[in-house]
Every structure is written in structure tokens, then in C-alpha cells.
Design a protein around this ligand. Structure first.
Ligand SMILES: [Zn+2]
Length: 232
């Protein structure tokens, strides 16, 4: 939440059941908010290690659960968490790219975004468009690339919910209302976008590189799906 670049950390196992582990603190981002789960390793005493294959937030308890490839750890164990950084960094770049693209679609073209999914290889955004206007999409991506190349520093901070909700466009994704918490995490790309958001981002838009259009897909009436990737 506070340092997207934290790729290793120390923690204590507070719950362990078979291959499912809850830590007292974690840098692993769980699947959700349109983002895939981080992967990586947990390394214990004597170098014993387990692969973190999936991470999710338990719906009932809100705890972050690490799904390991083996049952290795017990409550009380000290572990070192190591993120698969190549994967995470790619997701961070994709995520910031998505915010810029959505901001452009929304502010420049008045296009409403109805869904999105960030992937490691490719990402997608669903938009409310009457016709499959490929040219508009290509233009928007070009504009997003220009913004990314400007090298804007992102700002991440917290605001009381009431204050945050007064900011126009703080929730650009129809349906995606922020969770009912007192303090909202705000991700701001100054002059471009401001969102209530829980996911990891790059520090500067230049890290995004170039967004590459893949295809435009029809997903029912007024609904188009834009697929894009990033240059490596
Ligand atoms: Zn986001």
C-alpha cells in the first residue's frame, strides 16, 4: 500500500493450515481490483522454501491468504517473503498504463469504462461505445503514450472518505465503489488522473513505456473491449 517497490520483507506466520498461510504483514498483493495475484517465495529457517502460487483476500475475515505449493510452515515461524519482481513490476506498469488510458478515454472522449482486467501479458478495458470505433481507441492510446512519456511522478496518499468522495471522478469505473473504510488510498497522476485505488503502481509514468493496441472486441450492445499490451 505504501511502497510498491518493496520486493522482500520479513514476517511471522500467524496462521497456517495445510498449504494456506497468513502472515502478520505482507508485500504480496492479493488478486482483486482487476489485478492478478503476486507470486514468489516464502523462505524459512534453514532456507526451507515454499512457492507462493496465489494470494487472495478472504471474503469473510479480510485476511490475506498465501497459497503455497506445499505445507511447510507453522504459526510462529519467521519467514522472508520474496516477490516475483519481474511479474509484479510488469503488473505495476500495466496498472498505471490502464489508469492513464481510462483517464484519456473518459476526459477526452467522454467514454464510460465498465470494467477492466490487468494481466501480465496483456490487459483489457471495457468501454461503453455505440460503435466499434477503432480509430478513437488508437487515438486514445497514442494520447496515453504521450502522457506516459512526459514522466509525471505519481502521488499516493490517504484522505478521509468524506473528503475523497467530493473529488470529481474519484471513481471512474462504474460499479467500483471504494470499500466502506474511513480512510481511502488515493493514487494521483497529477494533471491526468485521480482515483481511490488499492493497487501497486510505478513511481513515474515514464516507467510504463509504450502501450500497444492489440484488438477491439464486441461484447454486446454498446460494449467494446479494448485489448492492449506494453512494449517489453
Ligand atoms: Zn487501479
Amino acid at each position: 500500500m505504501d511502497d510498491s517497490y518493496l520486493r522482500e520483507f520479513e514476517a511471522e506466520v500467524v496462521e497456517a493450515s495445510e498449504n494456506l498461510v497468513v502472515l502478520d504483514q505482507t508485500a504480496f498483493h492479493p488478486v482483486g481490483g482487476g489485478l492478478p495475484s503476486d507470486t514468489g517465495f516464502l523462505i524459512g529457517a534453514g532456507g526451507v522454501r515454499a512457492r507462493v502460487e496465489d494470494v487472495y483476500k478472504d471474503r469473510e475475515t479480510g485476511k490475506v491468504v498465501h497459497v503455497l505449493d506445499r505445507s511447510t510452515f507453522r504459526a510462529g515461524d519467521r519467514v522472508r517473503g520474496v516477490l516475483n519482481w519481474e511479474r509484479r513490476y510488469r503488473v505495476m506498469r500495466m496498472h498505471t498504463a490502464l489508469h492513464i488510458l481510462i483517464a484519456v478515454l473518459n476526459s477526452r472522449y467522454g467514454v464510460l469504462v465498465t470494467g477492466n482486467k490487468v494481466g501480465v501479458e496483456r490487459s483489457r478495458v471495457d468501454v461503453n461505445l455505440e460503435r466499434p470505433d477503432r480509430r478513437l481507441v488508437m487515438e486514445a492510446i497514442e494520447e496515453a503514450n504521450k502522457i506516459a512519456a512526459r514522466g509525471v511522478d505519481l502521488k499516493i496518499y490517504y484522505l478521509p472518505r468524506e473528503e475523497a468522495m467530493k473529488i470529481p471522478g474519484i471513481v471512474k469505473l462504474a460499479k467500483a465503489l471504494p470499500p466502506a473504510v474511513e480512510r481511502l488510498r488515493i493514487v494521483e497522476i497529477p494533471g491526468v488522473d485521480i482515483q481511490a485505488d488499492g493497487g501497486p503502481h510505478v513511481a513515474n509514468t515514464s516507467e510504463v513505456g509504450r502501450i500497444v493496441f492489440l484488438k477491439l472486441e464486441n461484447k454486446g450492445r454498446n460494449n467494446r473491449r479494448i485489448h492492449f499490451t506494453l512494449e517489453p
